[in-house]
Each structure stands twice: as C-alpha cells, then as structure tokens.
Design a protein around this ligand. Structure first.
Ligand SMILES: [Zn+2]
Length: 72
C-alpha cells in the first residue's frame, strides 16, 4: 500500500505551480522535473493559491476562482 505524499494534502495543490509548472493536483518538482517534492511545494505556489481565492482541494476541476468568475 502506498502512502500519499504529505505535499498532496496541502491546499495549494489545487492550483498549478508558477515556479516549476506542475499542473493542478500534481506535486511540485525540482531540478527540471527530475525530483518530486513530496513534503512541500514552492513558496510561489502557495501565493498563487491565495491569489486564486484559495480554491478547495476537495472539489477538483471546480476552482473557486472559476466559480467566482462565472457567478459574477
Ligand atoms: Zn513548484
């Protein structure tokens, strides 16, 4: 049985990472994608998550930012 990496539980995983280009829901990578950051993400990703309106990880594909834009 595989244990999910701690970083997968971080809220900022809901958005893509502007630093390493990781897709939403994917872990950050370092060294040109050669190494997965299992325990944390880039600091910029956290900032991007806050800027996106702190979308909830429990609703993948439905970011709060998109909902906000739609319901405007
Ligand atoms: Zn990253």
């Amino acid at each position: 049985m595989t244990t999910p990496p701690p970083a997968a539980r971080l809220p900022q995983i809901a958005v893509g990472c502007p630093r390493c280009g990781a897709a939403a829901g994917a872990l950050c990578t370092s060294h040109g994608g050669a190494r997965v950051r299992r325990n944390d993400t880039h600091v910029g990703r956290r900032a991007a998550w806050v800027a996106a309106g702190r979308p909830d990880t429990s609703s993948p594909g439905r970011s709060a930012a998109a909902a906000f834009e739609k319901g405007r």
